[in-house]
Each structure stands twice: as structure tokens, then as C-alpha cells.
Design a protein around this ligand. Sequence first.
Ligand SMILES: Cc1ncc(COP(=O)(O)O)c(C=O)c1O
Length: 278
Amino acid sequence: VPMNLLKHSADIINTGQWTKKAIAEHKKLGDTHVVASSAEDNFTYIPKIKQEDLSPDSDYVYICENNTIYGTKYKTLPPHDGKLLVADMSSCILSEPVDVSQYDLIFAGAQKNIGPAGVTLVIIRKDLLAENEALPSMLNYKTYADNNSMYNTPPTYGIYVCGLVFEWLEDQIGGLEAMEKINHQKAALLYDYIDQSTLYSNPVAKEDRSYMNVPFVTGDKDLDAKFVKEAKEAGFVNIKGHRSVGGMRASIYNAMPVEGVEALVDFMKKFESENTKG
Ligand SMILES: Cc1ncc(COP(=O)(O)O)c(C=O)c1O
């Protein structure tokens, strides 16, 4: 992104692991301002910025729309008058309809909601595609646009599988409006249960909660470990939270059916009744 878009400086909102990495890479290439951060609260909310917080000379505002590890999501976009908006949508793309005209560049790895790892999707405003003699061809988005994404050999099998997923989304699910409804239903099942539970809690500010990644903790590290172990035995794999957050994390991407979330909530209830007194 900075190789293609950064002329003066970039404004980045730090919301966790993926923006931290973006900040580190940006710093190698140009002037980088961290205009807001929720690091002091372990990234449990999305910082709300004002236009005045932005740097006078920045070319764009960079956000990570859904923060996979911390379970936060932008529900409203930051102000960015006179600047481009760049979003990493790796962990929320295709989970809901998106008005792409609100953004100038969107990118996403395919591996959550689209298809196999190795395919990457970029949506960029056509007028931002530019010749750049200093840039290797393979790192210039214009090369991909000019060559129908086939300047080099693309990962054909991965793209074929993405095509099957797109057909599934349209023909069986009924498109992104329908997918969004299902995802909201799944997320509500989990959050509603966690919020009334005496054992589990979700640390994220309610208005910023992700529909894709739901972290939760018991508040007791040993009990968290017991949960992860027993969940695995019951068939719920990959439920351990990222080491920087601890506890558990239910990733409920498009491919997870409502029944899968219902089964998890049933398991959580059983575990709660077995592990709370009274
Ligand atoms: C939001 C987000 N951005 C970026 C990445 C990194 O993706 P990759 O490993 O394909 O570079 C991930 C991976 O989980 C992610 O969730």
C-alpha cells in the first residue's frame, strides 16, 4: 500500500496486531503517524477520531476494519476529508454487503471468508493506478489491473475454489444481505449468552464488537485451559485465544453454520454449570 499510495505521509489507527505490523512496514517506507490507538486498553475498542486528529500532509488514513485477534470491528468509518481511506478487510470481507465507494483501497487475504490461503484480493480506485518507474512491476497494482490479474501465473486452483465459494454465497446463501443476517444471528447467540453468564465475559466495548471473532474469558487461566481442553475433546477445535489476549476465541466466519454456534453455546452452558458453585 505505501509503495503505491504514500507520497507525503500516512495516518494509521492502531487497533492491534495487524495495524502494528502495518505501522512497522510503513515506517520503512515513509513518514508514518499513529493518529489514535487503543493499545492502552489491550485493543478492546475502536478509537473514535476527529478530522482534526489527522496530519495535515497525510495521503491516506489506514484502518484494519475487523481485528481478528481482539474481536473489534469498525461500525462507522473514521472521518478522512481530503484523504484516501485504506482498509484491511482480511477477516470481514464478504461477511456483509460493503459500499466500496466509501473506500479508496480495500485489501484482504482470501483465507477467512473467500477461499484458500495464497489468494489476495485488492479493490482500488482506478484513478489511483499509476505508472511508477521506481517500483518493481510485481509490486505495482497497475500491473495487475492492466493484465487482468494475469501478469504472472496466478494461483489458479485457489482462484477456482474462490469461484465455488462465490457461487455458494449467491445460490445457496442468497447473497451478502442474507449472509449478514446469518452472521448477526450467530454473533448474537454468543454475545447474548456470554453477557448473561456468570462465568464468561467478553472484554470488547459493545458498539465495537466483531461479528466474526468473539473472544471470551473465564477470568481464571487454569479454567480457561480446562475449557480449551474439554472443548477440543468435544470437537470444538482452534478455540484457544491468541496469546496476547488469552482465554478463548470463537471465530465464526461465513463457513460456520448457525448449528455450530448453537452447539458451542450448549457446550459453554454445560461447562458453566459444571464449573460454578451454587
Ligand atoms: C485482519 C488481518 N490482516 C492481515 C492478516 C495477515 O494475513 P496474511 O497472513 O495472509 O498476510 C490477517 C491474518 O490473520 C488478518 O486477520
